[in-house]
Design a protein around this ligand. Structure first.
Ligand SMILES: C[S@@+](CC[C@H](N)C(=O)[O-])C[C@H]1O[C@@H](n2cnc3c(N)ncnc32)[C@H](O)[C@@H]1O
Length: 310
């Protein structure tokens, strides 16, 4: 029986239907990935749930909306700022079995690029490391960012154990001091690689994988592990309304795709969200497989991806 992967790979020879350029599923990827054959995917570029403020594996749009006001505040703190040590543990528990699946389905020398959050990055890297990947680098998406640290003045004023004089003195002493959050301007990515089959050249001859294309550049210079792309670029990248909290800029994902894959290779995103990775893959003549658990986001991704093959 021909698998979906074989059908996709034969696309150039068989004049197959355009839909075989991509296969997207409104499905939980922890179940869906199990149906993909071993050593069948050329590259994974994904942006899993953040495991902060309800954006976990049960990421639920309706739930987040009721918790978050228009100003982006959840439970009195800006989105993403609630500190809870268990978030990291939950992320690692969720990612470790998935990382093993990523390892199983990737071809030798294939890259697995996984976005994360600065304060949970180590958990993501550990899950991939334990699954057998070589952690090659930490990449950073550099964007504008917004300061989110808090002054303590409000809490001092409310403290019933302090006299008025103590309050005034503390407020003066803590002028300029805030909670330990510097202005976030990077989102880290783990750059993991499935071990090669022989040398770099032997692996390339067998799989056309394992080396990066250094002619691909965002700024005309040798490609760097810091990738500066404004969040504002997203505005001009889609004429379909993207109602998602965290869409990635298509030009950032295109850059990653061109660094790590060749035309005709299969890119997988198990956490599609609004489908930006699929759009980038098809824009660059790669094949695409994607999963998204939420119907609402899946429909947005489907519309955007369908447009690329019209
Ligand atoms: C950080 S967002 C991805 C955003 C995406 N990179 C984009 O550009 O729009 C993560 C997505 O994963 C989805 N998700 C969470 N758990 C999932 C699961 N088990 N299987 C598939 N999708 C899941 C969420 O609904 C959310 O849309």
């Amino acid at each position: 029986m021909t698998t979906i992967i074989e059908s996709m790979r034969n696309i150039k020879d068989s004049n197959a239907e355009s839909t075989l350029k991509y296969n997207i599923y409104n499905q939980d990827c922890t179940k869906g990935l199990k149906t993909l054959p071993d050593n069948s995917i050329d590259c994974i570029i994904t942006d899993p749930p953040y495991f902060i403020d309800g954006m976990g594996n049960e990421w639920n749009d309706a739930n987040l909306k009721t918790k978050a006001s228009k100003s982006g505040v959840i439970g009195g703190l800006p989105v993403g700022m609630k500190f809870d040590k268990a978030q990291g543990e939950r992320l690692q528990d969720f990612m470790t079995p998935l990382a093993k699946e990523f390892y199983r389905i990737l071809r030798a020398g294939g890259f697995c690029i996984v976005f994360s959050q600065a304060r949970l990055y180590h958990r993501m890297a550990m899950s991939l490391d334990l699954a057998g990947f070589e952690i090659r680098d930490m990449l950073a998406w550099k964007y504008e960012g917004q300061a989110k640290a808090f002054s303590q003045t409000h809490f001092i004023k409310k403290d019933k154990n302090l006299t008025q004089a103590q309050k005034e003195s503390l407020i003066k002493e803590l002028d300029g001091y805030k909670t330990p959050q510097l202005k976030p301007q990077i989102e880290p990515m783990v750059m993991a690689q499935k071990p090669k089959d022989g040398t770099f050249v032997q692996n390339w001859q067998k799989h056309k994988l394992g080396l990066i294309n250094t002619k691909e550049s965002l700024d005309g210079k040798f490609p760097s592990n810091v990738m500066e792309v404004s969040k504002h670029t997203r505005k001009n990248e889609s004429d379909i309304k993207i109602e998602h909290l965290t869409p990635k800029p298509v030009c950032l994902i295109s850059h990653l795709i061109k660094l790590f894959t060749q035309e005709g290779q299969i890119v997988l995103d198990p956490f599609m969200g609004s489908g930006s990775h699929g759009v980038a893959a098809l824009n660059n003549h790669r094949l695409f497989i994607g999963y998204e658990i939420e119907k609402k986001y899946f429909e947005i991704a489907k519309k955007r991806i369908e447009k690329e093959v019209l």
